[in-house]
Design a protein around this ligand. Structure first.
Ligand SMILES: N[C@@H](CCC(=O)N[C@@H](CS)C(=O)NCC(=O)O)C(=O)O
Length: 268
């Protein structure tokens, strides 16, 4: 039997080599180092300890904008996660979430012994771990810009968030936008215009999506849900985001989600 905590196991003639006493093993190693050819009957099998699959805890796909951000970030990193979907309406799930994430909020990532909650922390954690994934732009100035606009959406736009909650399944044709949310709507579109003009689009920092696109993706869905008037550049950016394959995949799954929050589904 092969053990998963052995990094190399020599197999001879289909059978695991018997454990040798220390002295014998030293002799075997000496003999092996003298040998010019490796016997074809000795096959080295690489075996590493099995790591548990990373877990991303999320809630509703239809309503939870932060879950969407966390999930897109994992896609950007190329991290294959097992999804743990918790309905936050269930008090038992809330108790479980408290154990998982002290903030009692989703998303929350469990990866290789690390527990990461808060979308911004997940973004930085994954970008540091997988630099080759290009979650942050290569150019220093673009990187500074990307971090700034990502920070801005993470820490602000409260009026936009509360006036236009994410609801992927819903479409409001004649939605009356709360006046307090209009400055946020304008600011978001200015951010998109500046990024696309400076870095060439179609994503905010060029040809490939970055952390900033994951952070603004739920805003695109809100603008579409509530039929928010947009500039041509903003409309084109929303089309780019909605046809980005991971985004399309999330929206498809959200449509199949049974859970509904009545207050958010009324026509208003
Ligand atoms: N700052 C947090 C915000 C996370 C957040 O507000 N998550 C919402 C879901 S979209 C949540 O878990 N709310 C708890 C609830 O619905 O009771 C982050 O960046 O992850």
């Amino acid at each position: 039997m092969l053990h998963c905590n052995m990094s190399y196991v020599a197999v001879q003639h289909g059978q695991e080599r018997m454990k040798q006493p220390r002295a014998n093993r030293a002799e075997t190693a000496k003999a092996a180092s003298k040998a010019t050819k490796v016997s074809p009957s000795v096959i080295k099998v690489r075996s590493t300890p099995a790591k548990p699959r990373p877990i991303l805890t999320i809630s509703s796909r239809n309503y939870s904008s932060w879950s969407l951000r966390g999930w897109l970030l994992c896609k950007l990193a190329g991290l294959d996660v097992e999804e743990q979907v918790l309905s936050l309406d269930d008090p038992a799930n809330r108790a479980e979430l408290l154990l998982l994430a002290p903030s009692m909020l989703v998303p929350r990532l469990t990866h290789d012994g690390a527990s990461v909650w808060d979308t911004h922390a997940i973004a930085e954690y994954l970008a540091e771990l997988y630099p080759e994934a290009g979650m942050l732009p290569k150019n220093r100035l673009a990187r500074a810009h990307c971090r700034s606009v990502s920070g801005e959406i993470h820490s602000g736009f409260y009026n936009l968030r509360s006036a236009l909650p994410m609801n992927l399944k819903m479409r409001h044709k004649n939605f009356k936008i709360f006046a307090g949310a209009q400055p946020d709507i304008n600011r978001v579109q200015t951010i998109w215009e500046e990024c696309i003009e400076r870095w060439g689009g179609p994503f905010l920092f060029g040809k490939k999506p970055t952390i900033a696109d994951a952070m603004y993706a739920p805003v695109c869905t809100r603008f579409i849900t509530y039929n928010v008037p947009m500039t041509d550049t903003a409309k084109a950016y929303c089309r780019t985001i909605m046809s980005w394959p991971p985004m399309a995949q999330w929206v498809e799954a959200a449509k199949k989600e049974p859970e509904e929050i009545e207050e958010l589904d009324v026509e208003f």
